[in-house]
Design a protein around this ligand. Sequence first.
Ligand code: NAD
Length: 268
Amino acid sequence: MNPVGSEIFAGHFRSRRVMVTGGGSGIGFGIAQAFAEAGASVLLVDRNPLVSDSAAQLREAGYDAEHAVADVTDEAQVKAAFARVVDLWGGLDVLVNNAGIITISNLEDLSLEEFNKVLAVNTTAVFLCCREAAGLLRASGKGVILNASSGQGRQGFIYTPHYAASKFGVIGLSQSLAKELAPSGVRVNSYCPGIVKTEMWEYNDREWGRRLGDYKPGELIQEWIDGIPLKRPAEATDVANLLLFLASDAGSYITGQAINIDGGMFMN
Ligand code: NAD
């Protein structure tokens, strides 16, 4: 069992207000749960209406959790989600831009629409949410932005030029904002997961496996896991542990960084 950051940081985030995009499922739900367990009030934002069930699950466990259904690529819906933050809490301390999508395609079959769609969710939406959050985070005095990049923000993989471009973009965007917002005490970092077994990976295993050889379901991901120095995929908890640290007072001298959370897959 992994050490659970929410136990180490128990109570640390009490009275802090945390928004997690893509918080309805996968890594985002794990992040929201970890912040809630560490005492925060959390708002789960997701385009999937099932996010209401995810927030209800946290409330049933005794945590302070709300939800907003919003597509983070839609400027009006992003503004509405931040209006809900103001209605709920009157401010914000931590923004986690976790929402992301991937598609796998060889170059000639990759349409402009598909390229732009991946950039819209993974990069442009991060800009939209950061822009709406900036004033609230400045007012917080402990404002933190955490942006989901990827191992593919470090090194492009085959058949995902759009995804790699989007995740490299997140790192540059985060560095630029870290410099602009530092004088007002807002820290901005990005994080780079390697392999986290979520719905995203079921798709990756199938589609990469089909293109890279005659892989049966689960074989390709296992081959990649075998190449990880720590020999296991990440749990959402592993990613959440890093984010708790970065958002905590213990991380108060860290800004503008992109941090790998991948069992040693990338060492840069
Ligand atoms: P996932 O597909 O399991 O979950 C993504 C969540 O984001 C879903 O709840 C989905 O509804 C939501 N979402 C997608 N588009 C949205 C939009 N436009 N507006 C609002 N919500 C939206 O994905 P995951 O594996 O949990 O990945 C989370 C983040 O971590 C992504 O940014 C992803 O690129 C990144 N990441 C994942 C892995 C991995 O191995 N799973 C590795 C590196 C980086």
